[in-house]
Design a protein around this ligand. Structure first.
Ligand code: AMP
Length: 310
């Protein structure tokens, strides 16, 4: 099945307690596409400036990622995000957001992009998310991400986009900000009441919760000794998760759960190095090996008759 993503292709400047990276490749659509491309074909819609060179585009090469929807604006500068993390790596502090070419971006999807099976509206201006929805035939699955920046600046537009999504993938702080509910399960109910059937809540090093009207599925993050830079973990998770879903015709509960694990596996690799450096070096065999370790990590037996002495 095909998967279409619209989101940012960016330069990031990042500071973590372990190091600094200046103007490295980032962006929600970038992390998403590379992660999803391990599982299925990806079509990418986004915008870059002249400063995103052919050498930078190498990040997509050799992978099933169609760049026909990646517009380059002559004379323009690429979206640039600067962020910092303290020792609590779950919380990113945005230092600067330079929209640059994103400021006047109007997506115009190539004909071949207008019938995706799965659509991922990555973290970008909700007005652009709505514009993309208008240009495609209704996909089987529409998933959406966002962030605090858009929740505070474009809440109305975001709520309209949310109403058209089947699946929302956001982090726990965003659930609270969007709903005003301190309790995540109540916040989830409030989001589901806006339209989506499924909410996936990213909780950084604490893992992921998947919530529907009648079920909750919880997984931890893969415990790593070396967490270097969490940037892109959320988008990499979404890429692994939706890429895995899109690679299968069956979208039952068991498949959703396995796909959540694939997303978590991909995200766990991504945080081991800056930018997409780790994602670029892994193979399918690495993913399979960590999937199996994940399974061992979370496996436990059923209740047994001798569990209580009397
Ligand atoms: P995450 O997966 O949540 O860590 O997302 C990280 C990526 O989001 C970075 O590579 C940034 O380039 C991108 N990003 C940050 N702020 C924005 C924004 N306001 N709009 C679009 N993309 C953003």
């Amino acid at each position: 099945m095909s998967i279409l993503v619209v989101g940012s292709v960016a330069f990031d400047s990042i500071e973590t307690p372990f190091g600094k990276a200046e103007k490295v490749i980032g962006g929600s659509a970038t992390y998403f596409s590379v992660a999803a491309s391990f599982f299925t074909d990806v079509q990418l819609v986004g915008v870059i400036g002249d400063d995103f060179s052919d050498e930078h585009l190498e990040v997509f090469r050799g992978r099933p990622i169609d760049l026909a929807g990646l517009e380059r604006v002559p004379g323009g500068r690429t979206f640039h995000w600067s962020g910092a993390y303290g020792y609590d790596l779950n919380v990113a502090e945005t230092k600067a957001t330079h929209l640059n070419v994103f400021g006047d971006f109007k997506p115009n999807l190539p004909e071949t992009f207008r019938k995706p099976d799965v659509l991922f509206l990555a973290n970008i201006d909700p007005e652009l998310q709505l514009e993309v929805l208008r240009q495609v035939e209704r996909p089987q699955l529409v998933a959406l991400d966002t962030m605090n920046y858009w929740i505070s600046s474009k809440k109305k537009e975001l709520e309209r986009a949310l109403a058209e999504a089947d699946l929302v993938i956001i982090n726990e702080g965003e659930v609270r900000q969007l709903t005003g509910e301190a309790n995540l399960v109540r916040g989830a109910r409030a989001i589901l009441s806006l339209g989506p059937a499924t909410l996936v809540i990213k909780r950084g090093e604490y893992g992921v919760l998947m919530i529907t009207a009648d079920r909750i599925f919880a997984v931890p993050a893969f415990p790593l000794e070396e967490v270097f830079d969490p940037t892109g973990a959320g988008d990499t998770f979404a890429g692994g998760f939706l890429g895995s879903l899109a690679s299968s015709k069956k979208h039952d509960e068991a498949r959703f759960r396995r796909s959540i694990i694939f997303g978590s596996v991909l995200a766990s690799f991504n945080v081991e190095e800056f930018s997409l450096n780790r994602l670029r070096s892994i193979t399918r065999a690495d993913i399979e090996k960590r999937y199996r370790s994940f399974r061992e990590l979370t496996e436990f037996g059923d209740l047994e008759s001798g569990d209580f002495e009397s």
